[in-house]
Design a protein around this ligand. Sequence first.
Ligand SMILES: *[C@@H]1O[C@H](CO)[C@@H](O)[C@H](O)[C@H]1NC(C)=O
Length: 327
Amino acid sequence: MHFSSLLAVAAATTPLAVYAKGQLGYALGSRLSDGSCKAQSDYEADLAVLKETATIVRTYANVDGGDSSGPICHVPGALLPAAEAAGMKVILGIWADTDTAFDADVAEFFKYAKDYTSTIYAVTVGSEALYRNQQDSSTGLTGDGLLNQISKFYSQTSSSGLLGKYKIGTAESWNKYQDGTANPIVSSGKVDILLVNAFGYWQQQLISNATATYLDDLQQAFGKIQSEAGSTTSIELWNGETGWPTDGGTNYGAAIAGTDNAFTFFKDGVCAALDWNINVFYFEAFDEPWKPASTGADGQPGNENHWGAYNVDRSPKFKDYSCSYSS
Ligand SMILES: *[C@@H]1O[C@H](CO)[C@@H](O)[C@H](O)[C@H]1NC(C)=O
């Protein structure tokens, strides 16, 4: 469907408000194609592309790697100056699963936090920690375990005089909110933002049903959080990740990887969520060929090398990244 040209015709004949209501952001990796760490200049080049459609990016760890994935990348010192110069916001991630990773990420964060409060929109403590714990109890965190890490970060923010300067929360798969695993966190009074990850792809949906599944997942998670919190406004809710693998990616059940399908999902699913005034992080900004092979929940290959909205050289995969709405 040539949606934009239809709108152009309509705009010529009737007054029409055309705008995206939610904010679009991107999940942004810390490595170049060979696995080495991005420098400030690399982030500057990334953001020059992303700021054409997005207002914000999110990351996963402040001291990233040091294992099989490659050298240790120190993210905030390279990313925050680039984002500030680009006029973009950042949600920084703290890896919460082990105290070693948590302590390193927190220490790195507080080296920069005071100087960049206008650029740091929020901090997520943990990324799908509850989901990993459900898959394998030797990894990830329980609801109480994750709340303990969030509470420690909240206290350190408070003792640094930074409470209220950025939002604090976590990022988690939609079903861990919906099934109540995240309830201790939702009702803790320690979080004012929660990111909900939802993918029609990871639910093995045909592309034709992917948007319905994605929006339904978000609605279930948001509804559960709001009822548990007893408020629709006390916790800001974002879609923390969604996306679809492009050509070269792996299929997952009925979900078929491919750039055409990814573009369809972007235009149908992401644009629909934005139109509902939901802020969306697309997973992810650029391809990450350095990522090691991984396995999906069904035991099949689930590699994450081809999830970028852009190629690793920052060239576009889609012919258009805009969302246009008629009021
Ligand atoms: C399509 O998505 C809806 C919403 O998630 C779901 O209830 C339904 O079962 C899906 N249909 C198929 C054929 O999977």
